[in-house]
Ligand binder design. Structure first.
Ligand SMILES: NC(=O)c1ccc[n+]([C@@H]2O[C@H](COP(=O)([O-])OP(=O)(O)OC[C@H]3O[C@@H](n4cnc5c(N)ncnc54)[C@H](O)[C@@H]3O)[C@@H](O)[C@H]2O)c1
Ligand SMILES: C[N+](C)(C)CC=O
Length: 489
């Protein structure tokens, strides 16, 4: 594969230092590509290009219709190159190629959605209390946007930032996770092909502590939009204070899934599995905290365990693989430590709880799908985001208790409730302090609906109209149409 380069001011460039980084396939640890490894100096060059393009370029004054057309082209190109993108995403992350194809459909959908709504906002005339005046509210781009993305959904998370930033007339610098840059590099080629002017969209590659930190700290960046872990989010928020940047944070989750006894049993078991073992649980909104009504707890756990034993681990490119590896050795070790913590806290490992022994999986970063019972809210395994194929099971006996357990968390990203009593489901959904609540559903998201977290799961929203507004300033323009002296002084 060709060297993965940065895209700065309309040119594909190497790092100023000349450094590079090997990109590793998590299935077998083979080097799949080499990427240039930028640092602060490359990030500064990209910020300068974005600043110049915003302050002196035409992008912000290009009509929203025209910007929408260009963003629509990006969507079309993603559809055209879907197979290549899906291949790269699976190679880089280990997820099944079927999942990656689904991601690519979602990603094209995000670019289409924002292309479509780009020119639907003509501002608003509002009532003015002053005589002879016109009062107007308009939206304008924020300016230069830093965008930092994680490794679990590399291109999906990038699309949630790129599409709204571009249609609203901002300029941007994106920094993908240093371990999964492949699809983001490819999409910048499509951005170039679609005719986005030089300097408007810039790509830097490199570690968070260098390139990412520079984007968060720089006084020339007006907005920082970050998706990733809570610890990094806190650092970014602190770094952003210096020039009071706008800050949008999409952070982690520890997402409860409440199962009432009156639910459709088989559906709830199936959805609970999907909710946590999809992409080996490396999903911010994974339903890793199962909260089951006491009367069906044992039966539910038994059904879950029986099915979990049959999950097929393997290469994302094999048709029968249901779950791929974890992203890296470092992350695998975190998941191992997380489960060991649970064991020390007294949980029962019903299934899994270790790495697989299958000789074919020894080169990859695999961990067995794991079910832990006997869990209580005071345990670290229940409170911390494990970000692996591990589900903790708690019991409840009343609706109030279920909601109270679900809300007992520093996180508030997403949650689910399974019941056939819709009034009860609605009451729970209202009481659950989370940015998304699914009723008899799990892990669904689409461009029209806002996504984001309550509490420490983040600040702001992506997707939907709110996801567009993150990239806009709001201006009130008041015009006196019959100016006269006030004669006050
Ligand atoms: N809320 C959401 O929508 C959402 C979506 C996907 C992932 N996530 C969260 O992301 C986390 C997993 O992703 P991760 O391990 O890549 O997260 P991470 O925080 O380690 O890294 C995310 C990005 O931040 C960069 N970074 C690291 N240190 C930095 C610093 N000091 N300054 C600036 N940038 C820095 C990294 O290089 C990477 O690009 C999980 O917690 C998951 O829940 C949240
Ligand atoms: C936001 N989502 C669900 C696509 C990915 C979270 O990790």
């Amino acid at each position: 594969m060709e060297l993965q380069q940065m895209y700065i001011d309309g040119r594909w460039v190497n790092a100023q230092s000349g450094n590079t980084r090997d990109i590793i396939n998590p299935y077998n640890q083979e080097v799949i590509a080499t990427a240039v490894e930028g640092d602060e100096s490359d990030a500064k060059a990209a910020i300068a290009a974005a600043r110049q393009a915003f302050d002196q370029g035409d992008w912000k004054n290009t009509s929203a219709t025209e910007r929408g057309k260009i963003v629509r082209k990006i969507a079309d190109f993603i559809e055209r190159d879907k197979e290549e993108l899906a291949y790269l995403e699976s190679l880089d992350t280990g997820k099944t190629v079927e999942e990656s194809r689904g991601d690519m459909d979602d990603i094209a959908g995000v670019f289409h959605y924002y292309a479509e709504i780009a020119d639907k906002d003509g501002g608003e005339i509002i009532e003015s209390p002053l005589p002879n005046s016109i009062s107007k509210v308009v939206h304008e781009p924020v300016g230069v946007c830093g965008q930092i993305t994680p490794w679990n959904y590399p291109l999906l998370q990038a699309s949630w930032k790129l599409a709204p930033a571009l249609v609203t007339g901002n300029t941007l610098i994106m920094k993908p996770s240093e371990i999964t840059p492949l699809t983001t590099v490819k999409v910048f080629k499509l951005i170039e092909e679609a005719g986005v002017p030089a300097g408007v969209a810039n790509l830097v590659l490199g570690a968070g502590s260098t390139t990412g930190a520079e984007l968060s700290e720089s006084k020339d960046v007006d907005l920082i939009s970050f998706t990733g872990g809570i610890a990094t989010g806190k650092k970014i928020m602190k770094a952003a204070t210096d020039n009071v940047k706008k800050t949008a944070l999409e952070l982690g989750g520890k997402n409860p899934n409440i199962i009432f006894a009156d639910t459709d049993f088989e559906t709830a078991v199936d959805q609970a599995m999907n909710g946590v073992f999809f992409h080996a649980g490396q999903i911010c909104s994974a339903g890793t905290r199962l909260i089951v009504e006491e009367s069906i707890h044992d039966q539910f756990v038994e059904a879950l365990v029986n099915r979990v034993k049959n999950i097929k681990l393997g290469s994302g490119f094999d048709d029968d693989t249901q779950m791929g590896p974890l992203i890296s050795k470092e992350h695998l070790n975190k998941v191992i430590d997380y489960v060991e913590t649970g064991k020390k806290e007294g949980v029962t490992v019903e299934v899994g709880g270790k790495q697989p022994e299958d000789p074919e999986l020894q080169d990859g970063f695999f961990y067995l799908p794991t079910v832990l019972t006997g869990c209580t809210t005071d345990m670290d395994v229940v409170q911390e985001e494990g970000f692996g194929p591990v589900i903790t099971v708690e019991k409840f006996s009343t609706e109030d208790e279920a909601v109270q357990l679900a809300n007992d968390s520093i996180y508030g990203l997403a949650g689910a409730v399974f019941t056939n009593n819709i009034a009860k489901a609605e009451r729970c959904a209202q009481a659950m302090r989370m940015g998304t609540v699914w009723i008899n559903e799990m892990n669904v998201y689409f461009p029209h609906a806002p996504w984001g977290g309550y509490k420490q799961s983040g600040i702001g929203r992506e997707l939907g109209k709110l996801g567009l507004e993150e990239y806009q300033e709001t201006k009130h323009i008041l015009q006196n149409i019959k100016p006269e002296p006030l004669n006050w002084f």
